[in-house]
Design a protein around this ligand. Structure first.
Ligand code: NDP
Ligand code: MG
Length: 390
């Protein structure tokens, strides 16, 4: 029996993961589901999947839910405590981390320290403290399998190569990006509205990552994710805009061979692979038709129009608390943009100012990453206030 816990079951990844579990058959079970506050969908998921455990992060929603708990369901505490308890349930074999943002750090660590097989969609904790998380996973013999399509592609391309030796055999990593909705837009991006940023040309995802795709911050976060998950030098990572999103990323080896992972763009594939790894099982993804596809395009990223990418790559190279501060400042700026109080082009401005206020880079600790996260959030909110007044 495969008992799967889904952190963030009502999100874009969570919903697709539940469909995958259903398709995988009776040996697969959704043991636990967590949400922030979407009780309506949670109740529907409980009826359809019969989880034994549920956690609701938001306190008001948790209170409401605790007044009417469905029969057979055990409600865990609200907040991070419930998430962490869910991630370390003794009966769980697989933990899918699909919450959005830095809130996923504590449950990820809990899953690692319970030596789980972790399917990781939630990239923000890896950006905050990747090296330390990977070390902790090694120590506790937890497996981390990426869900995100690009890290999943690299993971698949590196299969068979001894972990720890990637830098010796890999010359370059091609990290592909669709470019988001504004890549070919020629006019100024200052007046981009949240509704426009939320219309991604290829992928249907949660709001935060969709905005990150439109600023190219998502690609920067993924570069940091690759840096840590595969201990790769950042200078080896080459970002390529690839509008068709068919090559999900690739690796060039020192002998000149390039391996790339390809498929029609469909998150159901990497989600399922992260759950069933090392097995491959059939999936509902439409097969590639190369003749119909006819061409694949690649462009260099435009760092000047999309400064978030450069900011992230720079933070990755410098290390220390910078990636954690970058991630936190980005979360704050994206939230304010979605609320309509910050302009699209002010997102990188806020992040840049937070990064330049960071002190000298020193060795990172987990406590330091958490502290940097909360410092950068306060700083970003204050800077955004000034930027708004301009
Ligand atoms: P969504 O916004 O669609 O879903 C987020 C999920 O997490 C929801 O279940 C939500 O609950 C829950 N959640 C949100 N905030 C909190 C919180 N503070 N505490 C606890 N739970 C919370 O996000 P996505 O599914 O799009 O993305 C999830 C993660 O996966 C992100 O880190 C993203 O970068 C990554 N990812 C996503 C991809 C995609 O295709 N969507 C692709 C690659 C990576 P509720 O519904 O109640 O708000
Ligand atoms: Mg991705």
């Amino acid at each position: 029996m495969k008992n799967v816990v889904i952190l963030g079951s009502t999100g874009s990844i969570g919903v697709n993961a539940l469909l995958a579990i259903k398709k995988l058959g009776p040996a697969w079970r959704a043991l636990g589901l967590t949400v922030n506050s979407n009780l309506k969908l949670l109740r529907r998921q409980i009826r359809a999947f019969g989880p034994a455990y549920v956690s609701v992060f938001d306190y008001a929603a948790w209170k409401e839910f605790s007044g009417d708990i469905p029969r057979g369901v055990r409600l865990l505490p609200p907040g991070v405590e419930g998430l962490a308890a869910m991630a370390s349930l003794p009966e769980a074999n697989i933990v899918l981390s699909a919450v959005s943002g830095a809130v996923g750090l504590a449950p990820l660590l809990a899953a690692i320290r319970a030596s789980k097989h972790i399917a990781l969609a939630n990239k923000e904790p890896i950006v905050m403290a990747g090296d330390l998380i990977v070390q902790e996973a090694r120590r506790w013999q937890a497996t981390i399998i990426p869900v995100d399509s690009e890290p999943s592609a690299i993971f698949q391309c590196l299969a068979g190569i001894k972990p720890g030796t990637y830098n010796e055999v890999v010359r370059r990593v091609f990290l592909t990006a669709s470019g988001g909705p504004f890549y070919s837009v020629k006019r100024s991006l200052a007046d981009i509205t949240p509704a426009q940023a939320l219309k991604h040309p290829r992928w249907k995802m949660g709001p935060k990552i969709t905005v990150d795709c439109s600023t190219l911050m998502n690609k920067g976060l993924e570069a940091i994710e690759l840096q840590h998950l595969f201990s790769l030098e950042v200078s080896k990572i080459q970002v390529l805009i690839h509008p068709q999103s068919v090559i999900h990323s690739g690796v060039e080896f020192k002998d000149g061979s390039v391996l790339a992972q390809m498929s029609n763009p469909d998150m159901r594939l990497p989600i399922q692979y992260a759950l069933t790894w090392p097995e491959r099982v059939s999936s509902p993804v439409k097969p590639l038709d190369f003749v119909k596809l006819a061409r694949l395009d690649f462009l260099k990223p435009d760092f000047a129009r999309f400064p978030c990418l450069e900011l992230a790559l720079c933070a990755a190279k410098k290390g220390g608390i910078l990636p954690a501060a970058l991630n936190a400042a980005n979360e704050v700026a994206v939230k304010l943009f979605l609320e309509g109080t910050l302009r699209f082009t002010d997102i990188p401005r806020v992040i840049e100012r937070v990064l330049s206020a960071c002190g000298p880079v020193s060795r990172l600790t987990l406590a330091g990453a958490v502290e940097a996260d909360s410092w950068a959030r306060q700083r970003a909110s204050a800077i955004a206030e000034n930027v708004k007044k301009r």
